[in-house]
Design a protein around this ligand. Sequence first.
Ligand SMILES: [Zn+2]
Length: 180
Amino acid sequence: MTVTLDDMRVIAYHEAGHAVVAWSLGVLIKELRIGPNGGICKHALTVSPLLDPELMGKGDWMKVEKQALILLAGEVAEQIGGQMAELAGYGELAELCNYAHDASSESIVPGSDREELRELVQLAFGDLGPHAVEWIDRTEAKATDIVMDHWSRVCALSNALLNKNVLCGTEAIQVIELTE
Ligand SMILES: [Zn+2]
């Protein structure tokens, strides 16, 4: 299977989405990478796997929310990329974005963003009941707002990634901050 420029653009949108949302939340970006098989966005935010729902303070909840927003930002960027491509008349790119979004949002593959999100929410809420699911939906809406607000930055960062495939944190932050 050949990987087209459109395929790479979808991967770039996804990773740029993670990075721009991390940046908007004050989380340091460390590295971005894209390749024919996917990409990675390394950042500095970690949530302790030893969190106890009974003992969580405000700072813990803020960390959990930030991590969830960053995790959701990849699939959200695919979705918005699809809508924008549709509006611009790029039917093929729109289709690829929508396909990628469906695959990401329904993923049960270990290590995927959705699986990591489920683990995080399970840890913070103690279960994946209706309250937790509702929280995920609300967080997804928030992530969508952030990506929308910074869409030009996501596009600029995607373009930089398509040019170079690897960006260190400083380069990524520079592209984000030089874009209005
Ligand atoms: Zn991702």
